[in-house]
Design a protein around this ligand. Structure first.
Ligand SMILES: Cc1cc2nc3c(=O)[nH]c(=O)nc-3n(C[C@H](O)[C@H](O)[C@H](O)COP(=O)(O)OP(=O)(O)OC[C@H]3O[C@@H](n4cnc5c(N)ncnc54)[C@H](O)[C@@H]3O)c2cc1C
Length: 470
């Protein structure tokens, strides 16, 4: 739903105001809609409508999680906002039944979420939230926003009052320092994979194209471009800093790291142990799904059928030291092979930066809350097990976060599979009741020892064991 809400409605205190409407706050809105007795909830999104990663809805690309990881089902399978109910509403349940696809296409997930966003009350698109402050007199948060016109220009200012705020502002594309000047300069296409589809034609037409980054997006973009290049004249290079084009962990026990049980376990760990564990778990959320890796190899193999090798260079373990323009039409990448300690230069006509995403910074938006915010030893916000920012006790309202808590809750933070569960945890905390009873156990793995059984080990004796043992 778009359009503005009369200010007098916004003056009435809300139970909950959501900032950002990506999948996670959309899940929250859908489950909030089902809370018995209702919740006064409103959500603001700066974009004019819901669109999920439009630059990477490559034909045939699928979700990395099963369709049950929709907005609501893992907390409320009877919700009218489930994926299956969407299919029913679209009279597509039988085709889906016979399709037997557990992993749906990204384009279908995007369409499903938009279907929900167009029917749920209380969602305001074209509204950018500028600041969140605590009003000690009214014991409420003040959420200031700018309503944007269809061209994205500021049209009106507004303020909403609320007892609780939920930040679901998601992530933004990340460009490594050495490549930033290039990405910002006009001329030669140097684009982040988040904008791939908008630039696909010019990338396909480029004489030579380079893809940087070995995550899922990097693999999908490389495969899509490779398929468009003439056999024997592919002129395409794929570089990655990681030591290998490695598969994402997808074993059934490995996936139990994306359960509420593991999230609870991780949150209870001492901060230094969490800090050490995160980088070691890269294969749980980075890497490439096995099907895509196989498709890349299949395509390369297919191109050898008539003899010769494709003109495609795939090199892991390479760091881009610096990059510059050659004349106005080409880019020169200065490369360093970390293990070999060798350096070389690559001249290319276009670059796709599949270099990932970073949590969208909220410092400016929360500047007014600074005096109340509590931080950990690395200066990051402290977040409790209910996804609440730890604030000075004088603040009687709560600010919750979604997908900004990897440092406190672990690898599951950006995972769609935990969307409904996290929304339910937040709504149970906001209502102080249990509109969504949650499972006490969700994994076969028992993470950690039951403290009652074993005496605790003094921290300096704690030594982490590697994740995989041969
Ligand atoms: C290409 C891609 C594919 C992915 N596929 C999967 C997958 O298959 N499975 C999986 O588990 N995870 C996947 N992920 C990870 C994750 O699920 C997604 O990133 C997901 O979109 C995160 O949802 P979100 O709601 O946190 O944020 P986002 O989708 O980033 O949405 C946040 C929203 O907040 C809005 N916003 C920001 N600031 C403001 C403001 N000040 N005022 C108003 N609005 C604001 C933004 O405009 C945006 O719409 C994928 C990620 C990417 C990039």
């Amino acid at each position: 739903m778009t359009g503005s809400t009369p200010q007098q409605d916004l003056d009435r205190p809300h139970d909950l105001v959501g900032v950002g409407i990506g999948p996670f706050n959309l899940s929250l809105a859908a489950l909030a809609h089902g809370v018995p007795g209702g919740l006064a909830a409103t959500f603001f999104e700066q974009r004019p409508a819901f669109h999920w990663h439009p630059g990477l809805l490559i034909e045939g690309a699928t979700l990395q999680v099963p369709f049950l990881a929709d907005l609501v089902t893992l907390a409320d399978p009877a919700s009218p906002w489930s994926f299956l109910n969407y299919l029913k509403g679209r009279e597509r349940l039988f085709p889906f039944y016979f399709a037997e696809k557990f992993h749906i296409q990204r384009a279908e997930y995007d369409a499903y979420c938009r279907w929900v966003s167009e029917r749920l009350p209380g969602l305001h698109f074209g509204h950018q939230v500028d600041s969140v402050r605590w009003n000690p007199e009214r014991k409420l948060f003040e959420v200031d926003f700018t309503q944007l016109d269809p061209d994205g220009e500021a049209a009106a200012l507004g303020r909403a009052y609320t007892r609780n705020v939920v930040l679901g502002v998601g992530t933004e594309p990340y460009v490594p320092e050495p490549l930033r000047p290039l990405a910002e300069a006009p001329g030669v296409p140097v684009i982040h994979s988040a904008d791939y589809l908008a630039h696909r034609d010019s990338l396909r037409a480029a004489g030579h194209v380079t893809v940087i980054g070995s995550g899922q997006s990097g693999a999908e973009v490389f495969l899509d471009l490779l398929r468009s290049r003439p056999a024997g004249a592919e002129r395409i290079t794929w570089l990655s800093r990681t030591e290998a084009f490695a598969p994402m962990e997808y074993s059934k026990l490995g996936l139990e790291h994306f359960t509420p049980d593991y999230t609870r376990y991780f949150h209870a760990l001492p901060e230094p142990v969490r800090g050490e564990l995160m980088p070691r778990q890269w294969q749980l959320h980075k890497g490439i799904d096995a099907e895509t890796i196989a498709a890349v190899h299949d395509e390369l193999y297919r191109r050898t059928l008539h003899g010769g090798w494709p003109d495609a260079v795939l090199t892991p373990g390479v760091r881009v030291r610096t990059a510059g323009r050659v004349a106005t039409t080409q880019v020169e990448l200065h490369l360093e092979h970390v293990q070999q300690g060798t350096r070389s230069r690559l001249t290319t006509d276009a670059v796709v930066l599949a270099t990932g995403y970073r949590e969208r910074p909220v410092d400016r938006m929360l500047a007014g809350l600074d005096p109340y915010l509590r931080h950990d030893s690395a200066g990051r916000a402290r977040i409790d097990e209910h996804y609440r920012l730890v604030l000075d006790p004088s603040v009687t309202g709560s600010v919750y976060v979604q997908n900004a808590e990897r440092h406190t809750h672990g690898v599951g933070a950006p995972d769609l599979g935990l969307a409904a569960w996290r929304s339910a945890v937040i709504l149970n905390a906001v209502t102080g009741k249990e509109p969504y009873p949650l499972p006490r156990r969700t994994a076969f793995t028992s993470f950690g020892l039951d403290a009652r059984e074993a005496p605790s080990i003094p921290s300096q004796e704690r030594k982490l064991t590697p994740l995989v043992q041969h």
